[in-house]
Design a protein around this ligand. Structure first.
Ligand SMILES: NC(=O)c1ccc[n+]([C@@H]2O[C@H](COP(=O)([O-])OP(=O)(O)OC[C@H]3O[C@@H](n4cnc5c(N)ncnc54)[C@H](O)[C@@H]3O)[C@@H](O)[C@H]2O)c1
Length: 446
């Protein structure tokens, strides 16, 4: 039997009078706001970053691939506003949290953003509000970390006086086929009423809401999806090395294998893992598993293989320069093509290109980079020295001045035929040239 509060909430979702608050206006929060606006809801976005808030209120975004039309329209007709004033967190009926969940420098879960946000909500939470965590995290976060903070701060009881849920974000930035509203969303509630409310809300926002039995299960679903990717990418990275030694092209193998209509799913090798999810999330589970004295060997092995990839690429680069370019890496000028962690986006968090630049420079070479999406390298914790380095323009003359071009990201917006025609040596870690139909004697896969 559903609670009166849940029933009221569901009715208000149906007539679109529920106000949605989104905490954390980044790669996940902004598309979520767009999905809510598209469905006719009023949205208040919260962020600690005044600059980001001002940009959004002015109809601009720091994230290139996200179209701003709905935000502009929403600001105009007062259905969207962004704010740093957390006292307004009592206004929305539902607060959806999409703040960062990185690793600490000791590679352990850094829940400080989630905790700070939960504390901020705890100071303002009112009766009957729904709070949903969307940030990727280990099983138990919603129940063991958030619930006690909210209950202690408010004196209210989860499941009766306020409602708490977890619904993992599955955003895939730059994916032309799937966006927030066309990707089904898994939902786990702290109790039946929280589940009912979140199912109604996400059912209105996305193509399909999928209920699971608990918040911990929903947290585990997200980690499972990303661990699946990390392990499979490690597998093809390992196969790439084995097959290369045998003179077999792993991309040709995968493209042929994927013609099997069942039981095979293609994953592609690369210069290492990047992005905010795959290199990080699996270690949330590894950390939590230790509490149960259980080792996560597949995850650790995948991490080991994937984190060795940039070193292998640099070894291949040195060898190819030596044998094909008659040049020592220490005297060479290298152009790294692409520093985004994947193609066609401007996100370079955890990008293997930064590691590649660092490793190649350590060998004494001179390195420049070109990325049509990232004109300047922003500050990063692990590669602070690279902050402020600028993308160089690519021309016939500039290409000829490099001893080798290392393709690290396969952006579509690159003329690979011209790149190959005017470069001395091209080392392709993404199979980008072949995919663009370009083959030549100076192109090598690594
Ligand atoms: N980027 C993706 O493709 C993706 C996909 C699936 C899941 N996720 C997960 O979603 C979560 C958010 O990731 P993201 O990529 O959107 O991060 P992001 O860094 O792009 O955005 C996070 C935003 O939160 C803001 N923020 C930080 N602390 C805050 C606080 N205390 N209160 C309010 N705002 C605060 C930041 O200023 C920033 O604007 C992470 O857990 C991530 O693992 C991301």
């Amino acid at each position: 039997m559903s609670s009166p509060a849940a029933q009221r909430f569901v009715e208000r979702v149906n007539d679109r009078t529920v106000v949605i608050g989104i905490v954390g206006l980044g790669y996940v929060g902004i598309p979520l706001a767009l999905a809510a606006l598209r469905q006719g809801f009023r949205v208040i976005g919260f962020d600690i970053d005044q600059n980001r808030v001002d940009q959004l209120n002015a109809g601009r975004s720091a994230i290139k691939h996200i179209p701003m039309d709905l935000i502009i329209e929403g600001v105009k007709d007062k259905r969207f506003e962004a704010s740093t004033d957390f006292d307004r967190m009592a206004e929305p009926d539902a607060l959806l949290i999409a703040v960062p969940t990185p690793l600490t420098k000791y590679r352990e879960p850094d829940l400080s953003y989630v905790v700070r946000t939960t504390e901020a909500i705890g100071r303002r939470l009112r009766k009957d509000q729904l709070v949903v965590l969307e940030s990727t995290t280990y099983p138990g976060t919603t129940d063991e970390v958030m619930r006690p903070i909210l209950e202690k701060a408010t004196g209210l009881k989860s499941g009766e006086e306020f409602f708490l849920a977890f619904s993992p974000e599955r955003e895939d930035p730059g994916n032309p086929d799937f966006g927030t509203s066309t990707i089904p969303k898994v939902v786990g509630g702290d109790g039946a009423a929280a589940l009912e409310m979140s199912m109604a809300l996400y059912g209105a926002l996305v193509v399909r809401a999928v209920p699971v039995s608990s918040t911990a299960t929903a947290e585990a679903v997200k980690l499972t999806e990303n661990i699946f990717r990390a392990v499979n990418i490690a597998l093809v990275n390992e196969l790439k090395v084995v097959y290369a030694a045998m003179g077999i092209d792993v991309w040709e193998v995968i493209d042929a294998a994927k013609t099997k209509p069942f039981g095979f799913m293609p994953f592609y090798p690369g210069p290492g893992l990047g992005g905010h999810c795959i290199p990080i999330d699996p270690f949330y589970l590894t950390w939590k598993a230790r509490e149960y004295d259980i080792a996560t060997r597949f995850i650790e092995l995948a991490g080991e293989i994937n984190s060795r990839m940039p070193y292998r690429v640099v070894a291949d680069l040195a060898q190819l320069l030596d044998t094909k370019g008659r040049k020592n890496l220490s005297d060479a000028r290298i152009l790294v093509m692409g520093i985004a962690y994947k193609k066609n986006i401007d996100d370079m968090r955890e990008s293997p290109s930064l590691k590649l630049i660092e490793l190649i420079e350590k060998r004494g070479a001179h390195v420049e980079f070109h990325d049509p999406f990232i004109p300047v390298i922003p500050p990063t914790r692990e590669h602070a020295d690279l902050t402020g380095r600028k993308s160089v323009s690519v021309s016939r003359e500039s290409l000829a001045s490099f001893d080798a071009v290392l393709i690290a990201t396969d952006h579509d917006d690159v003329d690979y035929a011209s790149l190959v025609a005017h470069s001395k040596l091209v080392i392709d870690t993404r199979n980008a040239c072949a995919r663009a139909g370009v083959s030549a004697d100076n192109v090598f896969k690594a």
